[in-house]
Design a protein around this ligand. Sequence first.
Ligand code: UDP
Ligand code: MG
Length: 326
Amino acid sequence: MHEIPPEDRQLTLVVAAYDEAEALPALWPRLRAALDAAEREGLRARLLCVDDGSRDGTWALLQGYAREDARVALLRLSRNFGKEAALTAGLDHVECGAALVLDADGQDPPELLPQFVRKWREGFDDVRGVRVARAGEGWLKRASAHLFYRLIGRLSATPVPRDTGDFRLLSPRALAALRQLRERQRFMKGLFGWIGFNAAEIPYQRGARVGGRSKFGFWRLWNFALQGITSFSTAPLRLATYVGLMTSLLAFGFSAWVVVRALLWGDRVAGWPSLMAVILLLGGVQLMALGMIGEYLGRLYEESKQRPLYLVDVWRPADGVSSAHR
Ligand code: UDP
Ligand code: MG
């Protein structure tokens, strides 16, 4: 058993919420119970809710929870920055101890908190919830998620564990490590894998949302997948090189054959179909390779602007006093 130093005996539940007014009321009693469970484990317990620019009643609900319970800290971003930025903002505002990240829609059961804490006590730094079942999600989402995890698992140089979402506990040093990664193209699942340290897994049944709708439609998931791949792998660029190499080899063979044929049998003007086929194929391959380069270049451009990852509108620490903007 690894003894947690007294100053680190704090656990903050970090919840990013965007338009979750329909789900939060069902989750709130469960979060409170989780805070009590953390206290029974001998930890100071905090709940840090990040309002990612919600336009429904989310912020009002959260303020109510903070009035009800002094363990609740609130952070409101200046607009919707997306889940990855909201999570980053939340993790940046955890003052000490470990952090447990969970979704605001009840899909990550807070009841598992004691299991996460047990693994932290055993000396693990990155305790991951691994979904063994996904209820309430269509076959298309499950199939594409399955495919995506396998693809990124093969492409990425650092591990991106399968079927592992953002539901996880980070020990103080894992949290400190994660905070050093300030890239704009944030693919949290990859960043969590990048930091390394001792990882443990906790299998869980991923239930359906307790209310409201998923914020990740097809296009958002597709862009998320592109972001994951481009920020953790340059394999697409290498693929362009190899496709180019192969086409050149084929082209070389074909031109040799065209010359030999012309020398042996003379040059009959013909071959319009083959000419078209070659031009179209090469045009397509070139545009695809350019597009791949563009994907990376665009991200490099975003990165080079060095803008902050998020802007804070309101920060209200757990002691209950509202403070000015950071
Ligand atoms: N979320 C967020 N900002 C966004 C989109 C989502 O903070 O721009 C939060 C959302 O409130 C939820 C979590 O991210 O707590 C996961 O979102 P969702 O449940 O829609 O994703 P899914 O579980 O369907 O993949
Ligand atoms: Mg969800």
